[in-house]
Structures are given as C-alpha cells and as structure tokens.
Design a protein around this ligand. Structure first.
Ligand code: HAM
Length: 555
C-alpha cells in the first residue's frame, strides 16, 4: 500500500471507531431511559435533622429565651459585655489551645479545608482540567490560596505543564489537518493532563477551618486581634451560642449544643477574680431557680517543675504500681496524661483511684496560697463549695483553679458548667502574657434540668383573637389588629373569613383571652364586641373604651 493509501485507511479506521463509540453511547442512553420508565419512582426522601442536632421549637424556645435574657441581665450586673465571635475558626487555634491529645481535638472536631469562592465546580473541572489549573495559578498569584512552599512548588510545576498542554493542543490541531502523528499527539496530551490532574489534587486551596467546639480560644484570639489589652484591665466578656463536637449523642450530649460562657482576661490573678466569676455563675443559677446544684472546686497547680509536673510524675509512678488492675484507657493514660485517670468513671477503678496522692498536698507554695485564698474569697461571698481533688478537666489550657457545677435530672451527663483559670493561653496564641479565667454553661443541660424541676414552658397564648365576618368587617379588623398590637397586645387575625362559631373554637385552641367580634352590626355602629373566653361574658366598646379596658385588665 502507498503512503497516501495507508493514511486513508488509518483515517477510515478512526472514523469507524468514533462512529462505533457514538452508537454505543446512544444505545446506553436508550437503555437507561427504558430502565427509568420500568422502575417505580422511589419515594421522596424525607429529610431529618442531622444526627446529634435538633430543632428547638415553641413553647420550649420561650424557656431558652428566658434563660438567655437572665444571663444578659446577671452578667451585665457583674460588669461583663457581650462578645459574638464567628462559629468558624482556623483549626490550629483549637489544636494549640485545647491540646492535640485531648478527645475534643483528636476525635470530635468538625473540620474541613476551605477554598476560594470562585473555584470551578466538579463538572467544570472534569470538562477542562487545563482551565482549572490556570485558575489555581491565578488564585496563587493573587494570594487567594495559601502561599506555602509546597503550594509554590506545585504551582510552578503547573505553569510548565499548562504551557506544555498548549503546545500539545497545537500539535494535535496540526496533525488533524495533515492526518499525521495524531495518535502520538493525543497520547502526549493525555500524559500532560494526567500530570496536571495529580498536581492540582495536591494544591491546598485554603486554610483548614473548624466549627468551634468551645469559645475560650476564640475569645483569646479576639483579645489579641483587637488589642483589647489596651483597654482598662481586666476585660470581662460573655457569650452564648452553638458549639460543635462529634460525640456519641445521648440525653444531655449533642453534636450541636449551646454554651453560655464568660471570660475575664488581663489584669492580675487575684483570687477574688476566681471567686467573683464563680459567684456570678451561682447567682445566675439562683435567679433561674435551678435546684440541687453542686459546686466542685480544685487547684491543679501550674507548669513549673516544683508544682504540677512533680505531682504528675509521682502520680505516674503510683499508677504504674497498680497498672494491672486498671482498664485499657487508664493504662494508656499512665504514659500520655496520668491526670486524666482521675476522671475515670469505671466502677472497678474507683477504689484504686481513691488511694492515689492528692494534688493539693503537692502544690508549690504560690499555688497553695492562691487556692487557700480562693476558698476564703468564696466563703466571704457565701458560696457553698465542695473540694474535689479529682477534678482535673479535659482541656489542656487550665492551671490553678478548676471548677465544675452539676445539676439534678441529667443522668450521667450532669455537668452543667465547667471552668477554670488559664493564665498562659493568650501568650500561647501569640499575645502578651495575660491572666485568664472563665467558665461555660451547657445551656441544653441547664434547660433539661429546669424542665425536670417542673419549669415546663407553657404554650404562648394570645391576648386577642379577632373573629370577623364580611368585607367591611375585615377592613375594620385589620385596623383593630394594628391598633392593639401597637398597644403591646398579642393579636391573632385570621387571614380568611370564618363563621363565628368556628372562629371562637380556634380562639380557644390558641389559648386566647378574648375574642374581638366584628360583624356587620359592629361595623355599622362603629363598636367592638369583646368576649371574655374564660366565662363567656361579652360587652360592647367604642375604640377608646376598648383600649382603656384592655390596658386596665392586662396580665
Ligand atoms: P467544657 O467542660 O468542655 O468546657 O464544656 C462546658 C460545658 O458545656 C459542659 O459542662 C457541658 O455542660 C457542656 N457541654 C460540653 N459538651 C457538650 C455536648 N456535647 N452536649 C451538650 N453539652 C455539652 C469548655 O468548653 C470550656 N471552654 C469552659 C471554659 C471557659 N473554661 C474557661 N473558660
């Protein structure tokens, strides 16, 4: 065969292959369509709240609002101002402050990699890897993705490969015209695309972000970021809002839960500050009438060789002697974090733990004095506490004072508040040396405990239900609704006409106090009939008299 004949044959073979592929794709589409017709439609999926999260609904939300309003009032009286910080923070903020070995950081955080807003969608990336690579190059050059050494290397590589890809396309186009070397050109192009694919996969598109598992680290970050150390010290802040931890859900333990917390940052570490913070949270619980609360306190010393580290070593030695009698978790903790063994709830370990040395007997002099003073200051304020030498808390940033408050009606998850001193934390996060102490209340648990104590929220009724009939009456009803709402009354105005009997039935169901009856008679007389639903009595009023009567009989 001559060279032109060979070329023609190759082209024909290529066309045949393309046509075969097209026919196959068409057949597959047809079969998929037939299959879809044959299969019964799947029932529509019903969505539910994500595991460990829940909706809070009326009337319960009224209790939540009451709790939060009380917190605003009590904390303001102690001179605290509110901070609202973002739910998302850089992952490192929590890793560094809470501690990489803690359960919260090691297992429970909701973390994801961020990316620039205009990143191509998956289908766009699939359609053109080359465009995606060009996009990443321009993101990097504009500083929109992390300027790390690794990203820089990958981007440089991408720049070369994108250029190569452009050249390969040119060769493909030329080969299409001449019909020579087309397969080779495609193969080269494919190799470059594969290389680009594996490189773009390794570019880090944005910082690692985490949905806050707690807010102390965020408050410290804000203190540093906004130079709050320039304000009169200490700075006293409180917050409330959702936190996120991937825990096994059970009563009083959720993956999205709510905390009400407060932090005192800056100034000195006077024991009076520790005591006042505790007094504030106890006052708050008191105002809410939360029964059966118990306050446990402890001091875990500080990180100097003659204080906590010395005790930790002693504890480790004692634990090694009884290692065989401990469960696997505690056995592991002997080496990683012996203090956490004291937290153990395992029944079989309790008698062994009871015989371990107490940290209070091994504090350095300064910490021992601080602890004694905190106790004196609590007594001065009439705050009743119990010393609990096993209270070590699960987050790494604590030193000296730690405390926890338990409440009734919560089962095993009965800690309704936890807190303590964390003097080194701001410095650890890159700020100036700063004293710090605070607490966080689990609001979900607080509400559960209040409900258990019988503080069940009642359904929110209405002051007035307007029963109207007729077009003219409707116009009067709309005006009356505005007037009464402006006067501070809660009003239900049915949007469509109801027979009076039906309207009164609805009014009772909504727990309304009065029904305001507006029919043709009332409109022509310019009067309002007010029915008291509790006793069925009714009376006619002019507009000013109606307002006066309702104001005088407010509940
Ligand atoms: P924490 O002990 O981890 O401390 O949490 C404080 C409170 O939040 C707990 O006592 C509990 O009531 C509630 N809580 C924790 N996890 C859950 C959950 N999964 N479901 C429901 N409630 C939960 C802290 O968060 C520290 N930041 C407290 C602090 C502030 N220390 C100093 N300042």
């Amino acid at each position: 065969m001559t060279a032109p004949d060979q070329d023609k044959a190759a082209k024909r073979a290529q066309w045949e292959e393309i046509n075969r592929a097209k026919a196959q794709a068409k057949q597959q589409q047809k079969e998929a369509a037939e299959q879809a017709v044959r299969q019964p439609a799947e029932p529509k999926k019903q969505f539910q709240a994500v595991k460990g999260t829940r909706d809070l609904l009326p009337p319960e939300t009224a209790l939540w609002n009451h709790v939060e309003q009380t917190a605003h009032e009590v904390f303001a009286r102690f001179g605290f101002g509110e901070i609202r910080s973002p739910v998302l923070e850089e992952t490192d903020l929590f890793a560094r402050s809470i501690g990489g070995e803690t359960d919260v950081v090691a297992k429970e955080m909701y973390t994801f990699g961020d990316r620039p807003a205009e990143t191509l969608s998956m289908s766009e990336i699939a359609a053109s890897l080359g465009n995606y690579a060009r996009q990443l190059i321009s993101f990097f050059d504009r500083g929109e993705i992390p300027q790390t050494a690794s990203n820089r290397g990958l981007i440089e590589h991408l720049k070369i490969k994108v250029r190569d890809l452009g050249e390969a396309y040119k060769v493909i186009e030329a080969s299409k015209k001449t019909g020579i070397g087309l397969q080779l050109a495609f193969a080269v192009g494919n190799d470059i695309l594969l290389e680009i694919g594996s490189t773009v996969n390794r570019v880090v598109l944005g910082p690692s972000l985490t949905m806050r598992p707690e807010a102390t680290a965020s408050v410290c970050r804000a203190y540093i970021e906004h130079n709050l150390n320039q304000l009169p010290q200490p700075v006293k802040l409180y917050y409330m809002g959702p936190m996120f931890r991937r825990e096994r859900p059970q009563k009083g333990r959720y993956r999205q839960f709510y905390q009400i917390g407060a932090e005192v940052l800056g100034g000195n570490d006077a024991p009076a500050i520790d005591a006042e913070v505790i007094e504030m949270v106890m006052t708050f619980f008191d105002k809410l009438d939360l029964p059966g609360i118990e306050l446990d306190i402890n001091s875990i010393g500080h990180n100097a060789p003659d204080c906590r580290p010395k005790y930790v070593e002693l504890l480790r030695e004692e634990l090694r002697k009884v290692k065989d009698q401990l469960g696997p978790d505690s056995q592991r903790r002997i080496e990683t974090n012996p203090l956490r063994v004291l937290d153990s709830k395992l029944e079989s370990e309790q008698a062994i733990i009871a015989k371990l040395p107490h940290i209070a007997d091994h504090l350095c002099e300064a910490c021992a004095t601080h602890y004694a003073d905190v106790k004196n200051q609590l007594q001065l304020r009439g705050v009743i506490y119990r010393e609990n030498w096993r209270l070590v808390r699960g987050l790494d940033y604590y030193m000296r004072t730690t405390f926890e408050i338990t409440a009734k009606g919560l089962g095993s998850q009965n800690a309704v508040c936890g807190g303590g001193r964390y003097d080194g934390l701001v410095e650890l996060l890159g700020g100036p040396p700063t004293k710090g102490i605070g607490f966080a209340i689990g609001e979900d648990r607080l509400i559960l405990s209040l409900e258990d104590a019988g503080k069940v929220p009642t359904q929110q009724g209405r002051d007035i239900y307007i029963a109207w009939m007729g077009e003219h009456a409707y116009a009067a009803a709309v005006r009356a609704a505005k007037l009464l709402r402006d006067a501070g009354l809660s009003v239900e105005l049915p949007p469509t006409e109801l027979k009076f009997g039906k309207a009164l039935e609805r009014a009772s169901k909504l727990d309304s106090r009065y029904a305001l009856i507006l029919g043709d008679n009332e409109v022509s007389e310019g009067m309002f009939t007010l029915k008291t639903l509790a006793d069925g009595t009714q009376e006619k009023f002019t507009e000013p008299d109606l307002l006066e009567f309702l104001q005088a009989h407010r509940q």
